[in-house]
Design a protein around this ligand. Structure first.
Ligand code: CTP
Ligand SMILES: C[C@](O)(CO)[C@H](O)COP(=O)(O)O
Length: 235
């Protein structure tokens, strides 16, 4: 029986957000953003374990309640998100079985709901090519030059915005990320690595609430989305 593991890249410094505190440790409705992201992933039934990739100088994580959850392990992240994920998968390689799967979820996405995670788990297992939460693009997309001038309109039909979690066979993903690193191919999500080795992951329609906290204005949005989610649960 294949098991499900999880990896959470949490070694970023939040340069686009600014400030002295890495954004994943900022409070969101009374808890750190990363605590909410971890809680969302720990809802996965029978999760075999979660590996959080931390910055080398991270001194905050150990003080969080979730750090003492027996399912939660930590590794040191890398210079980019892909390397952080690869480091966590290397750590898991010692414990995982060949047919195990892994969820990869950004620490900066605290508003993931159980219904979205459930939909991903249901769809992902249907093929070995994996799956990811995503949203169809609804704005008109422009390609812009270095002067800020529009040079083209990008056809948006069939364009989706990738989110996380992304869900793949664990060893296939580890090998794909290693392949991209050795080939000098920069990837910004796990699906890109899997695509680079020929996979065609399935998109699963997510929610606009599953926001990635990137800029300061995203915090207020996330607070509103959390309130909506909490009201839904109470209904
Ligand atoms: N070397 C890195 C860089 C990013 N991340 C993680 O990848 C997720 C998505 O990255 P992003 O939103 O870009 O976070 P930061 O890299 O912190 O932000 P910025 O690019 O603005 O510095 C975050 O949870 C971040 O902590 C990581 O684990 N290791
Ligand atoms: C993985 C991701 O959240 C999918 O949209 C995104 O690629 C992360 O990008 P970032 O620049 O590392 O935040």
């Amino acid at each position: 029986m294949s098991r499900i593991w999880a990896v959470m890249p949490a070694a970023g410094q939040g340069s686009r957000f600014g400030g002295d505190c890495p954004k994943q440790y900022l409070p969101l409705a009374g808890k750190a953003i990363i605590e909410r992201s971890i809680a969302a992933i720990l809802r996965c039934p029978d999760l075999a374990g979660l590996v959080v990739a931390l910055g080398p100088a991270d001194s905050r994580f150990a003080a969080l309640t979730c750090a003492s959850d027996p399912r939660v392990h930590t590794v040191t992240g890398g210079d980019d998100r892909a390397r952080s994920v690869e480091n966590a998968l290397d750590y898991l390689s010692a414990s995982a079985d060949p047919d195990d799967w892994v969820l990869v979820h950004d620490a900066a996405r605290p508003c993931l709901s159980w219904s979205e995670l459930e939909a991903l788990l249901s769809a992902g297992g249907s093929s070995s090519e994996g799956a990811l939460l995503a949203l169809p693009v609804v704005d008109t997309l422009k390609r812009v030059d270095s002067d800020g001038r529009v040079v083209a309109t990008v056809e948006r039909d069939q364009l989706w915005r990738a989110q996380t979690p992304q869900y793949f066979p664990l060893f296939k993903l580890r090998d794909a990320l290693r392949h991209c690193r050795l080939a000098g191919e920069q990837v910004t999500d796990e699906a890109s690595a899997m695509q680079a080795v020929g996979a065609r992951p399935r998109v699963v329609a997510g929610s606009h609430r599953n926001i990635k906290i990137t800029h300061p204005e995203d915090l207020a949005l996330a607070e509103g989305f959390l309130r909506e989610l909490q009201q839904q649960v109470q209904q």
